[in-house]
Design a protein around this ligand. Structure first.
Ligand code: HEM
Ligand code: HEM
Length: 159
């Protein structure tokens, strides 16, 4: 069975860090967006820029991950996974790709396109991402500590 490649593993953890940063660094852009809607002048704010560039980086890296996954095919689930569980995992992973790509695009439509409805979609998608991360981490910990099948090792950096 083919394992995740080092590139896939590095991309997984870099995106995880970037997504975490997006959830920490969003107050400034939220306030700037509210001020803009009230007609205020916009100056340069590095915290706003961090959210914009962080989000665009996530879009680029998720596209790269998707190209790898489509070209090489998904890595087989860990031995003993039922077909139904494998299907749920597959859908969960696809939902991650969709939600992260759409969150970036809706963020851009809000910020650059000044589309208010896109801001609502963006907020909704960030909630979806939180739910997906919660389920994903719970599943990883369940495998690691309950089933003890070493799942996290599959996504661990190799020397
Ligand atoms: C996957 C990437 C992204 C994630 C995970 C993310 C996450 C977030 C979060 C958690 C919020 C706060 C939502 C709330 O207050 O409930 C937010 C707000 C915002 N983000 Fe992003 N973001 C991403 C990409 C982007 C990009 C690329 C842009 C612009 C180029 C952007 C622009 C905005 C704006 C304008 C707001 C304020 C929206 C509002 O208050 O209605 N985001 N983002
Ligand atoms: C924003 C955070 C995260 C996102 C978006 C994410 C996304 C994904 C995706 C899409 C996959 C499928 C493989 C691929 O297509 O590259 C995957 C696999 C995996 N993730 Fe995450 N992940 C996140 C955080 C985490 C965290 C915090 C953990 C550890 C607790 C984790 C553990 C794993 C493991 C062990 C696999 C491999 C599962 C398998 O062998 O099939 N992930 N992740």
């Amino acid at each position: 069975m083919r394992p995740y490649s080092q590139t896939q593993i590095i991309l997984h953890w870099v995106v995880t860090l970037l997504v975490a940063a997006q959830f920490v660094l969003n107050d400034a852009i939220g306030e700037a967006w509210n001020a803009f809607r009230k007609g205020a002048e916009m100056g340069f704010d590095p915290l706003v820029a961090a959210h914009v560039f962080g989000g665009i980086a996530i879009l680029a890296l998720m596209t790269w991950r998707l190209v790898i996954r489509v070209r090489q095919g998904a890595v087989e689930p860990v031995a003993g996974t039922s077909p139904r569980m494998a299907q749920i995992m597959h859908l969960g992973h696809i939902a991650f790709y969709g939600a992260l790509v759409l969150a970036s695009l809706s963020g851009m439509a809000t910020w650059f396109g000044e589309v208010e409805a896109a801001g609502d979609v963006h907020e909704l998608l960030t909630t979806v991402i939180l739910i997906l991360v919660g389920g994903h981490v719970a599943a990883a910990l369940y495998h690691q500590f309950w089933l003890k099948d070493g799942l996290i090792r599959r996504m661990s950096l190799r020397e």
